[in-house]
Design a protein around this ligand. Structure first.
Ligand code: PGA
Length: 319
């Protein structure tokens, strides 16, 4: 490769390789699509071979492309390491924090980042919110400093630190016939039409485990890939569902009924996770300490659905 490949071109290419799309790379880097396409054309001219193949809408890397993606990641890891040692010398005045959060963690992560950045205004943060598949791929490629998720993978060697409670509560429309009942059984719930998250979602796995453990099965009436769509479907009387109580942040009191179910809430945790062999940066360590210092406040999400305080089952979680 001749000497005039620029870091910018490698950065664009790395984004395309990671995100699998020119459009998403241009959005992530705040560039126009023609700029991205032009830079990619220049890069593949310099390399002298195509780097990507397009089949329909899907982008795949050629063998040359895969090698260049790996080389780009290594170059950026070296630069990150350099930035890290500079920020170590400068304390927390400057530096970068790259976070990735699983879909449901997006309800609280931006607020935490906001509070952290107020304390350390010189630090640049980036947050990727994605589904399980992308989070696991990013972990395997060691792309981010910390990952916030509900189910640490058991096939990758990771350090997983619990940072707050993640209670899963059963939700129905406020005028649902079960909304006023107490101590509802799982057997009774299994008869209801359910709206479920997509296969592979941590929330869905937790619900299915709970029912399977009692020899029960729920048949989803509807499967939706987002908590927001599920909440809309509940309000449209399409069925009931169970979601992390963090998904209720910012909702007005009484908008949803949190059902008083015998074996709920399911008590889970949110974890901050990083690869076992990785020495985390000063900035990532500071963010982790910041999370741990306020662990009790962060967990204030009425995990028992208000049962302990004798409240009505219509409550609203504030995160
Ligand atoms: P989600 O949540 O995969 O259902 O978005 C993460 C988890 O709870 O594991």
């Amino acid at each position: 490769m001749r000497h005039h490949t620029t870091f910018r071109q490698l950065e664009i290419f790395e984004s395309i390789a990671r995100l699998g799309s020119f459009t998403r790379a241009s959005e992530a880097l705040f560039l126009t699509q023609p700029t991205v396409s032009m830079q990619m054309k220049k890069l593949s001219d310099i390399v002298g071979a195509p780097l990507v193949e397009q089949v329909g809408k899907k982008i795949t890397l050629t063998e040359d492309g895969r090698e260049l993606a790996q080389a780009s990641r290594e170059i950026f890891a070296i630069l990150d390491h350099y930035t890290m040692s500079v920020s170590e010398r400068q304390g927390l005045k400057k530096g970068k924090l790259k976070l990735m959060a699983i879909t449901t963690a997006s309800y609280f992560t931006p607020r935490l980042l906001g509070d952290f950045v107020k304390l350390h205004p010189g630090i640049d943060v980036s947050l990727h919110v994605s589904n399980k598949e992308h989070v696991l791929a990013s972990m395997a490629d060691n792309l981010d400093d910390l990952y916030l998720l509900g189910t640490p993978p058991d096939d990758i060697d990771m350090i997983a630190i619990p940072i707050m409670d993640n209670p899963i509560v059963v939700l129905a429309a406020p005028d649902h016939p079960l909304a006023k009942q107490k101590n509802i059984t799982l057997e009774r719930l299994a008869q209801e039409p359910w709206i479920m998250r997509e296969a592979g979602s941590g929330t869905r796995n937790a619900i299915e485990c709970m029912f399977t453990a009692k020899g029960l099965e729920i048949r989803p009436r509807l499967e939706l890939g987002s908590n927001e769509a599920i909440k809309q479907a509940i309000l449209a009387d399409l069925g009931i569902s169970a979601l992390s109580c963090h998904a209720l942040a910012l909702h007005a009191p009484g908008q949803f009924a949190v059902l008083d179910v015998k074996d709920f809430p399911i008590r889970r945790h949110w974890y901050a996770v990083y690869p076992a062999g990785r020495q985390i940066s000063v900035v990532a360590r500071a963010f982790l300490d910041f999370l741990l210092a306020q662990r009790d406040d962060l967990s204030a999400c009425a995990p028992d659905g208000g049962k302990a305080a004798g409240e009505s089952p219509l409550f609203v979680a504030t995160v």
